[in-house]
Ligand binder design. Structure first.
Ligand code: BTN
Length: 259
């Protein structure tokens, strides 16, 4: 991937400085280390491959070389740790708009952090943060996009639920172009979020999601809730209408669309 091509296309603050590695354990870990040492907001860590790519809930993110995007953005938002889900919301919105523009695919957001095309996962977001005592010191927004990967490379179980841009469009895409588009679009939404535009962001998320209005199952640890995904609250939590009629707010979990 040509870092110069990305830098030429960067319009905002995110990605003005990019650290590129041929291979890392996880870009989220490297970004956290840089943030610990004082790296500024907007610094991006990008890798061609990851040996210990992290997915949500302790899962592994398949990260072979030469094909996909693995990047992490350092942010230092002046928001409550309670509102940190909004960083994932902002990233999902930015990625979805950028991917739709570049690929023309109908990318949608599956709560809380999946980027989907025709009911298969094309990308994911992992937000991790350091707080002290009740403030966010930094938050690392990690983004993985399956760009040119041949889905035959995935193990059987993953192949049923995952896809890539190449698999959907039949053509190879420029990782540099997509990376720059994503960074520019997230930059735009980050500015909106910081400028008190939380409502605008949440409205945009609702426009781009495929989760609302569906009957869903959400598993949180050992608990499972089935209900209608009604809306998103102002902290980015999903509001479920349980069969009893009661409303349940969930801030994290594993979601399956039932109907
Ligand atoms: C998920 O859907 O489970 C989240 C996947 C996040 C993967 C990205 S790849 C770049 C960054 N570094 C990591 O180790 N994970 C995230």
């Amino acid at each position: 991937m040509e870092i110069e091509h990305i830098k030429e296309k960067i319009k905002g603050d995110l990605g003005r400085e990019i650290f590129f590695y041929k291979t890392v354990g996880s870009t989220n870990v490297i970004a956290a280390e840089l943030a610990e040492k004082g790296a500024a907001e907007g610094v991006v860590v990008l890798a061609d491959s990851q040996e210990k790519g992290k997915g949500r809930l302790g899962r592994f993110w398949i990260s072979p070389p030469g094909v996909n995007i693995y990047m992490s953005i350092i942010t230092r938002p002046a928001i409550d740790p309670e509102d940190a889900t909004l960083l994932t919301v902002m990233t999902a919105v930015g990625c979805t708009i950028a991917l739709r523009r570049v690929t023309s695919l109908n990318v949608t957001i599956k709560w809380p952090n999946d980027l989907m095309v025709s009911d298969k996962k094309i990308g994911g977001i992992l937000t991790e943060m350091k707080t002290y005592p009740a403030k966010i010191i930094f938050a690392i927004v990690g983004i993985g996009i399956n760009v040119n990967i041949d889905i035959d490379v995935f193990p059987d179980d993953v192949r049923k639920t995952a896809t890539s841009i190449k698999n959907e469009t039949g053509i190879l895409s420029s990782r540099a172009e997509i990376t720059a588009e994503i960074l520019n679009e997230i930059d735009r939404w980050y500015r909106i979020l910081k400028g008190m535009g939380k409502k605008i962001l949440l409205t945009e998320w609702q426009r781009l999601t495929s989760t609302l209005g569906r009957e869903v199952k959400v598993t949180i640890g050992k608990e499972t809730f089935i209900g209608l995904a009604e809306s998103l609250d102002d902290k980015g939590r999903l509001i479920l209408r349980l069969p009893s009629g009661e409303l349940k707010r969930v801030s994290t979990g594993d979601l399956t669309i039932l109907r």
